[in-house]
Design a protein around this ligand. Structure first.
Ligand code: NAD
Ligand code: MLT
Length: 526
């Protein structure tokens, strides 16, 4: 046994605890107050949690010996992954172990809601024999709209098809080919809310998915729809849902997850037509064994110095190679994010080429960083260096990596090219000193320090275009920190890259797009 201490602070299956106990000194202390956890955490190398323990910045900062945090489940929204990464603490999760349980719970909620089972059960137990009140509906031949067609969404689709339902889906990151394999019709959120009898969400909670279904969507929703959330509280706005139920737009809802848990103040708890469960999606014997065993095995591997399967934040790289590659990781991730936001969705191929000195290194971890950057804007924190290639493969995105010793202007250069039908997008970058630089977008040579917020606009190369764009930003109180223009020939087309200090938002972007001579403008958040 290595002299290592592990704290398990949420209930996990004994099978996982056994694996840990075979190797380490394990303490189980569930239901700790935050202050108590902060007091104790300094003694431990590893912390294992489910969703109850909030692994905050303060907890991580107090964990002076912490090397790894294991999450027995998928979502890591209860862990401050950024602080853990800053401190070099590996965060691992168990993303696959509870997929089937969560999908089955979704189906169970759909059926319970369709046949009023919880309400009928409560009525009969209060000694009422009321058969008329609980008239239900069949699901056969009904349309179900699945928002988020990842692991759980796909399993829900299969089960719904088994019940002879027609499946619509919205997932900006699923290729038409994958949707075809699953036999579902890919469409938009608005089309789903207008057409579907049942709407179920299965995305992570990200900036983009927060309030994905809100007042605007309820306003156009098919009257009498039924709504399910077994993913994360907040994807469907709770107040807006409660209003839609009161107004009869939504005839019933089934909710397992809440913006605040326990949700004792949620308006949803007051409505008879809303059935609720206390975050039970993964609460099956099978899922709990799966996730506990997966997470325990990873903690054992990581603490013994072996690579781990589901590291959320860091790959394992040898110290010597790390010295050379280190500045390229944030660059590669940013290039992936930038290129993805420039091409939009449904791309089919990514080509990553390494030229010059960098090509002499093992660049595979950098390819993972590019993939992580590509996938993260839609998948959230669940994508990591280890699972990114698998996710890309599952989504039928072809990944091509190439190396060339030829120097193309810079001693080392990394190029990411994304392609889909009739469109290609290319972004090239390098490191100058220790700073990342974007040196090419499509055919345009530039020299841009990637910043958190940017606008990339293609425009005609003549006067009175850049000025009006800057005026629009100024009028909207958006500070410009840097600007670069690249062009091929005088008077042809050019590209303008603006580094700005805050996000532009859709309205300001639309204003920029309407400037005479602007061909296209994209908002980028890195
Ligand atoms: P996943 O990563 O396999 O799938 C998520 C899907 O959402 C991806 O395909 C992604 O492309 C898609 N997506 C991302 N942004 C989107 C957007 N803006 N619009 C539409 N689709 C978008 O994850 P998963 O394992 O299927 O888990 C799905 C959710 O279920 C997560 O939030 C997870 O935390 C939650 N979950 C809940 C329980 C529970 O107990 N209720 C159990 C397990 C998982
Ligand atoms: C998860 O993200 O895995 C789920 O919310 C399940 C859980 O932690 O119980």
């Amino acid at each position: 046994m290595i002299n290592v201490k592990v704290l398990v602070s949420d209930p996990i299956s004994d099978k996982g605890v056994e694996i840990l106990k075979n190797e380490f000194d394990v303490d189980i202390a569930t239901g700790l107050e935050p202050s108590e956890l902060i007091k104790r955490i300094g003694n431990y190398e590893a912390l294992i949690v489910r969703s109850e323990t909030q692994v905050t910045k303060d907890v991580i900062n107090a964990g002076k010996k912490l090397k790894i945090i294991g999450r027995a489940g998928v979502g890591v929204d209860n862990i401050d992954v950024n602080t853990a990464t800053d401190k070099g603490i590996i965060v691992v999760n168990a993303p696959e172990g509870n997929t089937i349980s969560a999908a089955e719970h979704t189906i169970a909620m759909m059926m319970a809601m369709s046949r009023n089972i919880p309400q009928a059960n409560a009525s009969l137990k209060s000694k009422k024999w009321d058969r008329k009140k609980f008239m239900g509906v069949e699901v056969r031949d009904k349309i179900i709209g699945i928002i988020g067609l990842g692991r759980i969404g796909a399993e829900v689709a299969k089960r719904a098809q088994g019940m002879e339902m027609k499946v619509l889906a919205y997932d900006p990151f699923i290729s038409p080919e994958r949707a075809g394999d699953l036999g579902v019709e890919l469409t938009t959120v608005i089309d789903i809310v207008k057409r579907a009898d049942y709407i179920t969400v299965h995305t992570p909670l990200t900036k983009e998915t927060k309030d994905l279904i809100n007042t605007k969507e309820f306003a156009v929703m098919r009257r009498g729809s039924r709504v399910i959330n077994c993913a994360r509280g907040g994807i469907i706005n709770e107040e807006a849902l409660a209003n839609a139920v009161r107004e009869g737009i939504v005839s019933a809802a089934a909710i397992d997850v809440f913006i605040k848990e326990p949700p004792f103040d949620s308006p949803l708890l007051e409505l008879d037509r809303v059935i609720v469960t206390p975050h039970l999606g993964a609460s099956t014997e099978e899922a709990q064994v799966n996730v506990a065993v997966t997470v325990a095995e990873q903690v054992v591997n990581a603490l013994k110095g072996f690579p781990v399967k589901n590291a959320i934040n860091m790959p394992y790289i040898k110290a010597e190679a790390m010295q050379i590659l280190e500045p390229y990781f944030p660059l590669a991730e940013k290039m992936g994010k930038l290129c993805m936001q420039l091409i939009g969705t449904n791309y089919e191929k990514v080509e990553i080429s390494y030229c010059g000195e960098i090509s002499e290194q093992n660049v595979a971890p950098l390819t993972l960083a590019v993939l992580k950057g590509l996938l993260e804007p839609v998948l959230g924190a669940g994508v990591n260096y280890v699972n990114a290639p698998g996710i890309a493969k599952e989504r039928k995105i072809k990944v091509v990596e190439s190396k060339s010793k030829t120097i193309e202007g810079y001693s080392s250069q990394v190029t990411v090219k994304l392609s889909k039908k009739n469109e290609e997008k290319l972004v090239s970058g390098t490191i100058v000193g220790k700073e990342p630089r974007i040196v090419q977008i499509d055919n345009y040579r530039i020299d841009v320090l990637p910043s958190r917020y940017m606008v990339v606009a293609k425009h005609e190369d003549h006067p009175n275009i850049i000025g009006p764009c800057c005026m629009i930003l100024g009028r909207n109180n958006i500070n410009i920190a840097g600007m670069q223009v690249g062009r091929l020939n005088i008077g042809s087309e050019a590209i303008m890259v603006l580094n700005i200090d805050s996000d532009v938002g859709d309205e300001v972007l639309d204003e920029i797009k309407s400037v005479d001579g602007i061909i296209d403008a994209k908002r980028v958040v890195l």
